[in-house]
Design a protein around this ligand. Structure first.
Ligand SMILES: *[C@@H]1O[C@H](CO)[C@@H](O)[C@H](O)[C@H]1NC(C)=O
Ligand SMILES: *[C@@H]1O[C@H](CO)[C@@H](O)[C@H](O)[C@H]1NC(C)=O
Length: 276
């Protein structure tokens, strides 16, 4: 374990000195939480975005998302890009992504028109075929319309990797599911926001436009957490959507996690969740 950590640190330093290599926390190139465990009752707005594994006909978790209304889910654009709607479903109301819960078909999704990978507007809205049934495990979350400064306590939840390395992007779903790279149980991490100035500095000057960042050493998002919720602790409002970070997860390299700043998109979201 210690050897692995040391090895990891060496790898991290190399990555960092290579100018903060970043990756989207998506599909086979995605991020997950390096932290503790929770249940869906603690985060009833959390959904699992799943894709079909053609080798065995089973669905595999690949991204997170949050319930906004009985028919709308918000997630990251990079979780949806290129997927035919019939190839994705969402699962709500379970702490274990492959057991229980209710599966819903997707009617359509919309990716932000200004989305640029690893740059800006990493947000998308999914419309479901059938409305969700709300209960103690399935609830919408309200979103924040105020600019979130640095040093705000927040909660990140998801089924992303719990060890601080992402799978190489060529790994197929069957491999990821066979080796159980994604934890089965919902994970939680308590994080803090940092200011965009600090985030940009830690990213060696990267420009942040519609993003916000969190950073806590040894905790953070990883592959599989993408699209999932960052919620502020004092108000329980959705403030961020997991977007990207270091290709090594957990903040060990000093590189923060970057999330779509929800307050920048309140009118964009509102326009889309009104009509259904
Ligand atoms: C979507 O699903 C079909 C089978 O239903 C498959 O042939 C196709 O490759 C899938 N497309 C993507 C982009 O995953
Ligand atoms: C961050 O907030 C905590 C309280 O939540 C406070 O104790 C601490 O001093 C703050 N740190 C900075 C750098 O403002």
């Amino acid at each position: 374990m210690l050897t692995r950590c040391l090895l990891f640190l060496i790898v991290s330093v190399i990555v960092l000195s290579k100018s903060a290599e970043t990756s989207s926390f998506l599909v086979m190139n995605d991020h997950k939480i390096v932290g503790g465990q929770t249940t869906v009752e603690g985060a009833p707005y959390q959904i699992s975005l799943q894709g079909l594994d053609y080798n065995n006909g089973q669905y595999v978790h690949f991204c997170g998302g949050s319930i906004l209304t009985e028919k709308h889910i918000v997630t990251a654009a990079h979780c949806l890009m290129g997927f035919p709607v019939e190839n994705i479903t969402i699962v709500v109301g379970t702490s274990t992504w492959d057991v229980g819960g209710v599966r819903h078909a997707v009617q359509k999704y919309e990716i932000h028109e200004k989305y640029e990978m690893l740059e800006t507007c990493d947000i998308g809205i999914i419309t479901l075929v059938d409305p969700l049934e709300f209960n103690d495990k399935v609830q919408p979350i309200a979103f924040n319309d105020e600019y979130v400064p640095g040093n705000v306590s927040c909660i990140l939840t998801g089924w992303g990797y719990t060890f601080p390395l992402r799978a190489p992007s060529f790994l197929p779903y069957w491999f990821i599911s066979f080796f159980r790279l994604y934890p089965k149980d919902l994970q939680i991490a308590q994080l803090r926001t940092i200011s965009n100035e600090e985030c940009s500095r830690r990213f060696l000057g990267k420009e942040l436009r519609t993003e916000m960042c969190t950073y806590v050493w040894s905790k953070g998002a990883c592959a599989g957490d993408s699209g999932g919720p960052v919620v502020n602790m004092d108000q329980n409002l959705l403030i961020g959507i997991v977007s990207y970070g270091s290709s090594n997860c957990g903040g060990y390299t000093g590189v923060p996690d970057v999330h779509t700043r929800v307050s920048q998109f309140t009118s964009w979201i509102q326009e889309r969740i009104k009509i259904y």
